[in-house]
Design a protein around this ligand. Structure first.
Ligand SMILES: C[S@@+](CC[C@H](N)C(=O)[O-])C[C@H]1O[C@@H](n2cnc3c(N)ncnc32)[C@H](O)[C@@H]1O
Length: 279
């Protein structure tokens, strides 16, 4: 990993540190997973192709709970992440759960070299929440995803809606105030803080991280230019974690904008799902 720029090197240090915190957190629920629960959202099960007997590549898989849940659902699953702690925890969990899956340590843009024997071989490439904001170049990311797909294979992405990433977290309750760029920028946004999203009581040592936003148009165009045809682009008015401090938690771990005058709030999409196929 010596070739990482300072931004991604700082992100790697923070992600590596987060793994032990996340693996012990209620948010990720390792015990529930080991007891047999799937960590996949019903939405993913509906919108991703039937995985039984299919090869599935999970990019930026963190410590593997979702990768292993896909394997449990019948996929021949491979997870990739640049964090050594994430990959070793994922392998350990696979063993403890008795699930067969492969985990590969690689930076996203280096994945085609790390898995050079698997190019153009996957039925499904899966990318989920909190993934693409860590990547400086969405067009390069789309090339990596498409490069792993067989013709007809599905690229499925579920991530934070780019508009959500533009909002000022510190705005007064419920006010939608734009504070950050909607488009990809060369320089990332810098974040500092010792809190962790999965365990707010944790005190992180590595406090600085860097993110890049990518507009929906940039994402879709990158996927098309990488040789895929879009099946759908869905926008959801909810998300599945507290992306902004003033979101309201509802049943089943769903977070929404606060309702206005008892009318469900439909001001802004908070998450999106995209399905595309390699042509
Ligand atoms: C929020 S997780 C996304 C996975 C999943 N949604 C989850 O919550 O378990 C983001 C993952 O991206 C990985 N990551 C960040 N930047 C990366 C990069 N440049 N190359 C490979 N992995 C990266 C981190 O190590 C982390 O495991």
């Amino acid at each position: 990993m010596s070739s990482l720029d300072p931004y991604r090197a700082a992100n790697l240090a923070r992600w590596d540190e987060s793994v032990a915190i996340h693996a012990a957190s209620e948010f990720y629920g390792v015990d529930r997973f080991l007891a047999g629960e799937s960590t996949l959202l019903p939405l993913d099960r509906e919108e991703v192709d039937d995985v039984r007997g299919q090869s599935l590549l999970h990019l930026q898989c963190h410590f593997g709970l979702d990768t292993l849940s896909w394997a449990r659902a019948g996929a021949d699953a491979v997870g990739v992440d640049f964090s050594p702690a994430a990959i070793s925890t994922a392998r350990d969990l696979a063993e403890r759960a008795g699930i067969s899956a492969e985990f590969v340590e690689s930076e996203l843009y280096a994945a085609p070299q790390a898995l050079s024997d698997r190019l153009a071989s996957f039925d499904i490439v899966y990318v989920n929440l909190g993934a693409i904001c860590w990547l400086p170049d969405i067009r390069g990311w789309a090339q990596v995803c498409a490069g792993f797909l067989k013709p007809g294979g599905q690229l499925f992405v579920r991530d934070v809606h780019p508009l959500t990433n533009t909002l000022d977290e510190e705005a007064p309750d419920g006010e939608l105030r734009i504070a950050f760029p909607a488009f990809e920028t060369e320089e990332p946004l810098q974040w500092c803080g010792d809190a962790d999203y999965a365990d707010t009581s944790a005190q992180m040592v590595n406090q600085t991280s860097y993110e890049w936003n990518h507009s929906l148009g940039e994402i879709v165009t990158a996927v098309i230019d990488a040789g895929c045809r879009i099946d759908f682009l869905h926008e959801q008015e909810y998300t599945v974690y507290r992306a902004l401090p003033w979101l309201v938690e509802g049943p089943r771990g769903i977070f929404r904008l606060p309702d206005r005058d008892r009318v469900p709030d439909r001001r802004l999409p908070l998450m999106f799902t995209l399905s595309a196929r390699k042509t």
